[in-house]
Design a protein around this ligand. Structure first.
Ligand code: FAD
Length: 469
């Protein structure tokens, strides 16, 4: 009997436990992607990027003589229809860990089992299942370093190769057309702007990993902090949709470490930060929506998402070059350098005293590497409201940070056009991408700071010191 391979955020064929098991089960394999209310509710850029990823996977499957069946609707209803149409005896998928997916998948599993169908979920999105990492007293980790110490010597399964053959059914069930789903409809800055920065699909992800291990990892420890350099892997885009697995990154990192490449251990630690984010989300799903430290509920956040300051932040017009460069990078490329993320999040939550949730939502709207766990952890870490957070009194100074990490202004110069004789093409691309109603022009004078650095710092520290929380 056929097996339905239900694809979600695991858009690859190699190192794919569910697909491998489906092929081994015997009988035809029917890969399917269901556009349901969870994929439909994604932010603009993540949804658009998911659509591209689904298209790329469909093409790769076709190259192997298989197909990707596309259906829209409630996941359980669609799966039941497909079971009825194809006579499938099993449905396999790779596990996800956010609360909405867990709720959906648990209900699907129970219902299919009641129907007499083998319903089975597999690992792959993470190296260490969140419930398998425990402190000495059986709890979960709230601080990164002990988490790292716990997992760093574990055996990580060697990545599986792609199945050599994906058995096709005699006839394929009907499929919808990806274009009809219009997954890029909410891309207000225009998909064409961001498209050149996308590296799509499994083969590109592997090429990216190869390039990183060949040319970048050696100096990664220092280069990862320089936003104007090509000093990181950029793999987050592919990891977020499972076009590559953390296992593949881990083993490549271990090989580089054995070859004596300096930055390899730092890279392994970063990949484990992603695991840690999932660990936290699994054990405290409220990290996605609420202050992880509940005493922060009483902090006097500005939570007006339409305030002039918030708009200046989104438009990259705060008058603070590091913040503005990073916000423009986000808008044009769908990505932002990690140091930029820390700086813009710190400026928003501390200098602007604006609720981290507003920033988290904007990232979810804009990022092509959006990841629920890493985004929430990053924002709460920056705000000081999370576990393992930066202490509130440690307020990043975006001016001295720019001097330290962008000495020659490669980054600021790439993204800020105002006041420059020959602006960089990407700095100008931002103005083309920005909606007309933002009223921006590269000929405008560069703005004064919406919140001056020292003043913002003192205001935030006063609020913190006089806290009644
Ligand atoms: P590299 O430096 O090459 O690191 C390799 C991999 O390690 C990354 O691809 C990523 O999977 C993981 N990693 C690295 N740093 C972190 C980190 N701090 N937390 C979790 N995982 C990490 N990352 C996302 O993938 N999606 C998000 O939506 C996201 N939102 C963030 C929001 C804020 C406010 C902050 C401060 C960080 C956020 N991050 C997010 C984490 C980090 O900025 C990105 O993972 C990193 O910039 C991706 O670039 P890279 O692939 O070149 O990373």
């Amino acid at each position: 009997l056929p097996t339905i391979m239900w694809y979600r955020r695991d858009l690859r064929m190699s190192d794919h436990a569910a697909l491998t098991a489906a092929c081994k089960r015997g009988g035809p394999v029917i890969p399917v992607f269901i556009h349901d209310k969870l994929s439909d509710s994604l932010g603009a850029a993540p949804k658009w990027r998911l659509g591209l990823g689904v298209g790329a996977l469909a093409k790769s499957l076709e190259d192997k003589g298989s197909r990707l069946i596309l259906r829209r609707g409630d996941a359980l209803e669609v799966l039941r229809e497909l079971v009825a149409e194809t006579g499938a005896g099993a449905v396999y998928w790779s596990r996800l860990y956010d609360p909405d997916s867990i709720k959906r998948d648990t209900a699907v599993k129970e219902a299919l089992k009641d129907d007499g169908i083998e319903a089975k979920s597999f690992g792959g999105h993470l190296m260490f299942e969140p419930w398998t990492v425990e402190t000495g007293t059986g709890g979960f980790y709230k601080v990164y370093t002990p988490f790292w110490n716990n997992v760093k010597s574990r055996d990580v399964p060697v990545p599986l190769s792609a199945p050599s053959d994906i058995p096709a059914p005699q006839s394929w069930p009907e499929s919808e057309m990806l274009d009809d789903w219009q997954m890029g409809a909410a891309m207000d800055r225009g998909a064409d702007v961001v498209r050149p920065f996308v590296q799509l699909g499994e083969a590109s992800a592997q090429a990216r990993l190869g390039h990183f291990m060949g040319h970048i990892v050696q100096d990664y420890k220092a280069s990862r902090d320089i936003p104007g350099a090509d000093g990181t892997s950029n793999l987050s885009e592919n990891l977020s949709l499972g076009e590559i697995t953390p296992h593949q990154c881990w083993h490549a990192g271990q090989r580089a470490r054995h070859e004596g490449k300096q930055g390899a251990e730092t890279f392994l630690k970063e990949v484990v930060w992603r695991e840690f984010a999932y660990h936290l989300m699994h054990h405290t799903p409220r990290i996605l929506t609420d202050n992880w430290r509940e005493d922060w509920d009483a902090f006097p956040w500005n939570d007006d998402a339409r305030s002039a300051e918030v708009w200046a932040w989104k438009k990259g017009r705060t008058g603070i070059p590091f913040v503005d460069a990073a916000m423009r990078e986000l808008y044009v490329t769908g990505r932002m350098h990690n140091r930029g993320r820390m700086i813009v999040a710190s400026y928003m939550t501390k200098h602007m005293m604006t609720h981290w949730r507003i920033g988290l939502d904007w990232f979810e709207h804009c990022l092509i590497d959006w990841d629920p766990a890493s985004n929430a952890m990053g924002w709460q870490w920056s705000a000081g409201s999370g576990p393992d957070a930066t202490p509130y009194f440690r307020v990043f100074n975006p001016v001295t940070q720019l001097d330290k990490f962008d000495k020659n202004r490669d980054y600021a110069g790439r993204w800020i056009a105002e006041g420059r004789a020959n602006p960089h093409k990407d700095a100008l691309a931002f103005f083309d991408a920005a909606p007309r109603h933002w009223g921006l022009s590269p000929d405008d004078p560069y703005p004064d700071p919406v919140v001056p650095v020292d003043q913002g710092r003192h205001r935030a520290l006063d609020a913190y010191e006089n806290r009644e929380f």
